[in-house]
Design a protein around this ligand. Structure first.
Ligand code: 6R9
Length: 638
């Protein structure tokens, strides 16, 4: 993509683009889409329906996203670095692929998929470490029109099975094991356990990474490196419809079961490309590093698709910010000359808590832009990032968006529009945010707070939830018909800059990862000692929000003081088995009852106050069935 196309360079450009995107969205998005490689152009730019949640972009067009990520660049950027891979252990070998080499790798992987019977439209689940083959495999799926569904490699076997079964995947891609800091994890074993309850899977392709011996199930499992021996390095791209599914990515909502968010080909491509170029103000020689795992949407849009669509050099990191020491991020930046750096507030807060020398001993001269994503960035973290990492010379952009939005929605454009600590800023062209009252009235004017909703479709809008459109409709389009409902609360300051306050539904954001309270409760309730549970979030210094679980035990399960730690440990084990370590409760309080209304609804408001330590200000408890339970809960607070 020519980096100058539909490029915003000044604040006046931004205002002009924004105005055009609202006045005539179809013309605006047709212009933006013009220079891509299309096998056939669209017959209509947009068919919108924000009531049933059926929105179509570039209908009638034919394309393949990998031709736009790879083939298109070969003539002018064939020898430019596309992907730099930095391993977990800094002493081991880095890997670098030019656009030409990455193209070959993707084609070869695509042929392995084809040789293993994967067809257009098949769902392929990926449970893999952050190694180049994960990026390659994702693109290989897109190359042949298979739908990729990446499952973050920290989820448990039960969580894998839920996702594989929901997607009815026929093929799973995995590796022998993975490195995470000082630890090594036997990934294939987790997959094997999951697949015991996944009858749809007929093939598992295993990438060798640690060189560990693994069990290979005869007739089902094959090694990638053996399959690759017979696979050619060219592979024509499958022709896809604009609205053919590109990927499914599972994310938590306020109900128990994670939803498969569906993105389709053309609209997602245009949105990832346009937002990446303009938000990060990318230049030809940038070395761009997004620290997100490809298992999350940020890794999809801003480690992989956005950068490659723009012909940028993207860095992929296998490890963690604190290994071998808490200077690792900064070491990697200096080593590779990273110019644009995109990370999460939780990582910044965890590094802030370590001695300042960890960052001051690196030059960080190459940096020019810093980004943040995943959760609200508090002012302290914003200033630390701006001062010690950006040396007060790099704009810090706070990018608000969601799995469902496909790409960045509200953010400053680096160096172009104003930034303010803890504020995401202004909407991107094409994004029309509104604040709604609880009753659904638009709240006009500045210096106002409300529910954040979006008034018109943008190219990256969620298309459906896999296999169950009704769910998408109810979750996103049902609450306020005619609007996409975000689930976030926001404040518009006196200058019209948006500040995201946090979720207004029963979703907690732990280190930038979303969990439904119901999802964690369902997991806890699987424990044989448990009768009932209620989970709320509370402010946590590093994670943003921590998980606080109130649990009623089965009679006789924790009568003595020694039973309690045992039961608590077993509850944690259950959550780790059901979801994964990332959803482990930070605090568990065993209680004899929960504050319920006469109609049996748990009053989470009260539990939240207790978890936050605001017990002097608990509010009205007279509607409770048993108000005495509140005192017991307050007294037993952890
Ligand atoms: C990209 C991503 C989405 C939820 C979202 C909001 C929170 C994300 C934020 C932010 C404040 C930001 N969130 N970015 N809150 N400021 N810059 O994180 O997607 O995993 O789906 O999470 O994360 O609450 O609704 P996802």
């Amino acid at each position: 993509m020519p980096l100058e196309h539909s490029r915003i360079r000044t604040f006046e450009d931004y205002q002009d683009a924004y105005r055009r995107s609202v006045e005539n969205p179809e013309q605006f998005w047709a212009d933006v889409a013009e220079p891509f490689t299309w096998r056939r152009k669209w017959s209509s730019v947009l068919k919108a329906d924000l009531v049933v949640g059926r929105n179509e972009w570039y209908g009638g067009a034919k394309l393949n996203i990998t031709e736009n990520c790879l083939d298109r660049h070969l003539a002018s950027r064939g020898n430019k670095l596309a992907l730099i891979w930095e391993p977990n252990d800094p002493k081991t070998r880095q890997i670098r692929y030019t656009y030409r080499e990455l193209h070959q790798q993707v084609c070869q992987f695509a042929n392995v998929l084809l040789n293993n019977g994967v067809e257009k439209g098949d769902r392929v689940c990926l449970y893999m470490p952050m190694i180049p083959q994960l990026a390659i495999a994702v693109l290989a799926c897109a190359r042949i029109g298979a739908v990729h569904s990446v499952i973050f490699a920290g989820f448990s076997s039960t969580a894998i099975a839920d996702r594989v079964n929901d997607a009815q995947a026929s093929v799973v891609l995995t590796s022998d094991g993975l490195n995470r800091g000082p630890k090594q994890i036997p990934v294939k074993r987790v997959v094997d356990e999951a697949l015991e309850s996944c009858p749809s899977v007929r093939r598992v392709i295993v990438v060798e990474h640690l060189g560990w011996p693994v069990h290979m199930q005869e007739g089902r499992d094959v090694w990638y490196h053996e399959e690759a021996l017979e696979a050619a390095k060219t592979c024509p791209a499958e022709e896809m419809d604009a609205e053919d599914m590109l990927f499914i990515l599972y994310t938590s909502g306020s109900t128990g079961k994670p939803k498969g968010v569906v993105h389709t080909t053309a609209g997602y491509m245009v949105w990832a490309d346009y937002t990446f170029r303009n938000v990060f103000q990318v230049e030809e020689n940038d070395i761009y590093w997004c620290t997100a795992d490809i298992g999350w949407v940020t890794g999809h849009s801003y480690l992989l698709y956005g950068p490659l669509l723009n012909g940028a050099t993207t860095l992929m990191f296998e490890g963690v910010p604190t290994y071998p020491d808490a200077g690792r991020f900064w070491e990697v930046i200096d080593k590779h000359g990273v110019t644009v750096f995109y990370t999460a507030p939780t990582a910044i807060r965890s590094l802030m808590a370590t001695p300042l020398d960890n960052v001051l001993s690196y030059s960080l001269d190459s940096l020019r832009i810093l980004g943040s994503v995943g959760e609200p960035i508090n002012e302290e973290a914003w200033h630390w990032y701006h001062t010690h990492v950006g040396k007060e010379r790099c704009p810090v952009i706070d990018t608000w968006w969601q799995t469902e939005t496909g790409g960045i929605m509200i953010s400053a454009l680096a160096g172009v529009s104003p930034t303010k600590p803890a504020h995401a800023g202004q909407p991107l062209p094409g994004v029309q945010p509104v604040l709604l009252s609880q009753e659904g009235q638009e709240i006009e004017g500045n210096d106002q707070e409300g529910y954040l909703a979006i008034k018109a479709p943008w190219p990256g809008i969620i298309r459906t939830t896999y296999g169950d459109h009704e769910r998408a409709k109810q979750t996103y389009f049902g609450p306020y018909p005619g609007y996409y409902f975000t689930g976030d609360g926001a404040r518009r300051d006196e200058n019209g800059l948006y500040r995201i306050i946090g979720r207004v539904d029963d979703v907690i954001n732990v280190s930038g990862h979303r969990f439904g309270t119901a999802e964690i409760e369902n997991a806890i309730n699987q424990n044989p000692n448990v009768v009932e549970s209620a989970v709320v979030g509370y402010p946590h210094d590093v994670k943003g929000q921590g998980i606080y679980a109130f649990v009623i035990c089965r009679e006789g399960a924790c009568d003595t003081a020694t039973d309690k730690p045992h039961v608590e440990a077993s509850i944690i084990e259950t959550v780790v088995a059901e979801i994964g370590k990332i959803a482990k409760p930070d605090k568990i309080q065993l209680v004899s009852g929960l504050p319920k209304t006469r109609s049996g609804k748990i009053m989470r408001r009260i539990l939240r106050k207790v978890a936050e330590g605001e017990t002097s200000n608990i509010g009205d408890v007279t509607t409770l069935l048993d108000p005495a339970v509140v005192d017991e809960i307050i007294n037993g607070r952890k």
